[in-house]
Design a protein around this ligand. Structure first.
Ligand code: ADP
Ligand code: 5GP
Length: 189
């Protein structure tokens, strides 16, 4: 039976970096591609990083009950996990990895219980988080401000999840993340 590994954190903490590493390391893991109406970044690919949708199409899918969970993570920016995506990966016999915001992570955990492990990725400090967010150079000033404001709030959610993974020195983080995956996948439940 497939298992679900949910990585959650404030924007800039390192979720995407960690999740990418794990997908390379473990053949039986697959990424749950979320849907969003936000603009595609230059290096992103539709269907690989996200399903990029118009706001109209996103709302239509919400009305049709197509999402397990969805959130307006930033004003006017929607993100959600499609039921069809989980179904697809489930049928392929994969363990599923999620990179989603704190509220979405709680919803998935509630929906799947012991089959799911929710991991909060914690930056070493707020200052380092903001530095990483800036150094990624994906946001304009307005978007950066929005993300930093939301990050302050999301940092308080640390205690809501099964595990906390501190992302300070990347090689050590990768090692710890691999152990978390191995232990959870091998565990009977
Ligand atoms: P998230 O997906 O949580 O928004 P990213 O994985 O995009 O975060 O990481 C944000 C930025 O921080 C990226 O430029 C990434 O290369 C960098 N980064 C991630 N982990 C570390 C780390 N341990 N030390 C230094 N920089 C990091
Ligand atoms: P970004 O725009 O940086 O790719 O993502 C912004 C935030 O949305 C991140 O915290 C990311 O984890 C979250 N996110 C991505 N996909 C989903 C999803 O399907 N559901 C929810 N609730 N959040 C998501």
């Amino acid at each position: 039976m497939s298992k679900l590994l949910i990585f959650t954190a404030p924007s800039g903490a390192g979720k995407t970096t960690i999740v990418r590493h794990l997908l390379e390391k473990f053949d039986d893991l697959a990424f749950s591609v979320s849907a969003t109406n936000r603009e595609r970044r230059p290096h992103e690919k539709d269907g690989r990083d996200y399903y990029f949708l118009t706001t109209e199409r996103f709302r239509e899918l919400v009305d049709n009950g197509a999402f397990v969970e969805w959130e307006e993570v930033y004003p006017g920016q929607y993100y959600g996990t499609l039921r069809s995506e989980i179904q697809r990966l489930w049928e392929a016999g994969k363990n599923i990895v999620f990179d989603i915001d704190v509220r979405g992570a709680k919803s998935i955990k509630e929906a799947y219980g012991d089959k799911a492990l929710a991991i909060f990725v914690k930056p070493p400090s707020k200052e380092e988080l903001f530095r990483r967010l800036r150094s990624r150079r994906t946001e304009n000033e307005e978007s950066l401000r929005r993300r930093m404001k939301r990050a302050e709030e999301e940092l308080k959610w640390e205690h809501e999840f099964d595990l906390v993974l501190v992302n300070d020195y990347l090689p050590k983080t990768f090692e710890e993340a691999e152990k978390i995956v191995r232990d959870f996948i091998e565990e009977d439940c």
